[in-house]
Design a protein. Structure first.
Length: 202
């Protein structure tokens, strides 16, 4: 099975068939997809003017989409390195079992669904790397009352999410499932009092 870097080389190969290059970009999302596979694909297509069903897209647009994905992956790999170093230190100090704060990291193993979007058509507009930077900064900081990605205060509690966690706070502004650890207890309580579904993207 080809890895991310091998697939990225196929996307860049000017001699390759365009349909294969597009397919290779989609396969990259099986290795790294911050919003989940479908939502990340929708995001890249929207940002780079690629028709989601276009089998022979402009190769320059494919490469720009790949570059955005690679930049975000670099942010994530740096975070993973820091996380591994922290866990080594904790184990050395006798803390063998990760805390509840690390539940989010356990569910995002390998870089899939880091900032999951339950509705593939609703996701942040900002570049992927910027979104991950904001989310990681929030995880390293004090809990807040707004979405760490878009700063929207409209957070609702959903009981019917498509993936683990099966319930939790969802931002009505950008559509991400917000890690509970980045929200204050009061913000979580407010979200629980506002159960709801996201509006469909127009």
């Amino acid at each position: 099975m080809a890895g991310f870097r091998s697939l990225a080389r196929q996307v860049r190969d000017p001699r390759g068939d365009l349909a294969l290059r597009r397919y290779s970009l989609r396969k990259c999302l099986e290795r790294f997809a911050p919003y989940g596979h479908r939502a990340t694909w929708d995001h890249l297509c929207a940002r780079h003017g690629i028709g989601p069903e276009d089998r022979a897209p402009d190769p320059e647009r494919l490469i720009r989409a790949l570059e955005e994905l690679e930049e975000a992956r670099a942010v994530w790999l740096a975070y993973e390195t820091g996380f591994a170093e922290r866990r080594r230190r904790e184990k050395h100090d006798g803390l063998r079992r990760p805390g509840t704060f690390d539940d989010w990291h356990r569910r995002t193993w390998g870089g899939r669904g880091i900032a999951p979007c339950d509705d593939p058509g609703i996701h942040p507009d900002a570049p992927l790397a910027q979104v991950l930077d904001r989310l990681i900064a929030a995880l390293d900081g004090e809990p807040g009352t707004a979405c760490p990605v878009c700063a929207d205060q409209g957070i609702v509690w959903r009981q019917d999410l498509e993936r683990e966690p099966w319930f939790g706070p969802v931002c009505t502004g950008c559509g991400i499932v917000v890690p509970q650890s980045v929200l204050t207890g009061r913000a979580l309580e407010r979200a629980r009092r506002r159960p709801g579904a996201l509006a469909s993207a127009a």
